[in-house]
Design a protein around this ligand. Structure first.
Ligand code: ATP
Ligand code: MG
Length: 283
């Protein structure tokens, strides 16, 4: 049995639960209530915790692995491995100052006080840039600190920047970027085997998210051109159509190249293009 610590409630929770579900893992109580749930079809136990407690919990062995933001791992300074980046809860941790303050270089932070819920990451940044600024630790509502005279600047999580804007602040220095990761320490062989199975499933789910299945009709004489645009996992499947001189081409395309590929395909004379989500993908 492998024990996984995840966030009980908050920004990581829903994406973590859907990842487990997409990996085919069914939790005994649906994961909604209680603090512990066992999967009934995979050797996994899930602990629901505050995200701040997850690194410590893995460090002292109460959990084997966890899903948490990289920022929390860095803040808690535990010696944990990043096993797999998971692509959700993407954000950056930045220093922001009131709109009318001009800061263009890190040195200009000297002498300021900076409010944050991440004093560890901020201290490392200040020390490594030899900046002498004071850190004011606050556990929430960091953005209001300059406005109410608690600090000159803030260091906090930013995603769209709209919260900063609505509090009259602007982002001046990005200290780190973060996303949710699967993290843990070295495991004994049996647990490592279960973890390998879990990673295999996560990879299949993540690959599927990044790719789409595409079907189209094309004149046979354009097949080489089309194959060059959508080579697929090995090569596209080509199925003859009842209509002379035409075929149906099936392949896989990456989400990132999607619109560019569609435009190129249209130019070759492809028509009837269908694009379908993929549930799992194993290369
Ligand atoms: P907990 O109650 O578990 O301690 P929390 O309030 O500390 O939760 P959340 O706000 O739920 O934390 O955020 C969890 C993680 O999600 C953060 O550590 C960060 O990695 C990421 N995150 C936070 N805010 C954002 C955002 N605005 N956009 C994207 N990711 C974010
Ligand atoms: Mg927290």
């Amino acid at each position: 049995m492998l024990t996984l610590a995840i966030q009980k409630k908050g920004r990581l929770h829903d994406s973590t639960m859907s990842l487990l579900k997409d990996c085919g893992i069914r939790l005994s109580n649906g994961g909604k209530d209680g603090l512990i749930a066992d999967a009934d079809n995979f050797p996994l136990r899930v602990l629901y915790l505050r995200d701040d407690d997850i690194p410590e919990c893995i460090n002292d062995g109460a959990a084997d692995i966890g899903i948490v933001g990289e920022n929390v791992i860095r803040e808690k300074k535990k010696d944990l491995k990043i096993i797999k980046k998971l692509g959700f809860a993407r954000c950056r941790l930045s220093i922001a100052v009131p709109k009318n303050m001009s800061i263009s270089k890190p040195e200009e932070l000297n002498g300021l006080s900076i409010a944050t819920s991440y004093p560890g990451i901020l201290k490392d940044y200040l020390d490594s840039n030899s900046i002498d600024a004071s850190i004011y630790e606050i556990s929430g509502s960091v953005e209001i600190s300059p406005g109410i005279g608690l600090a000159d600047a803030i260091f906090d999580i930013v995603s769209s920047g709209s919260t900063l804007l609505s509090n009259g602040l602007k982002e001046v220095i990005t200290v780190m970027t973060s996303e949710a990761v699967l993290t843990g320490k070295d495991l004994e062989t049996e647990k490592q085997k279960i973890l390998d199975q879990l990673i295999f499933r996560i990879k299949a789910v993540r690959e599927a998210e990044r790719n789409k299945y595409i079907l189209l009709n094309a004149p046979k004489n354009k097949l080489d051109e089309i194959t060059a645009i959508i080579p697929g996992m090995k090569s596209p499947s080509v199925i003859p159509l009842a209509r002379e001189g035409w075929c149906s081409v099936h392949s896989v395309i990456s989400e990132d190249d999607f619109w560019e590929n569609i435009e190129q395909l249209k130019k070759t004379g492809a028509e009837g293009i269908l694009v379908i989500p993929i549930e799992k993908m194993v290369r």
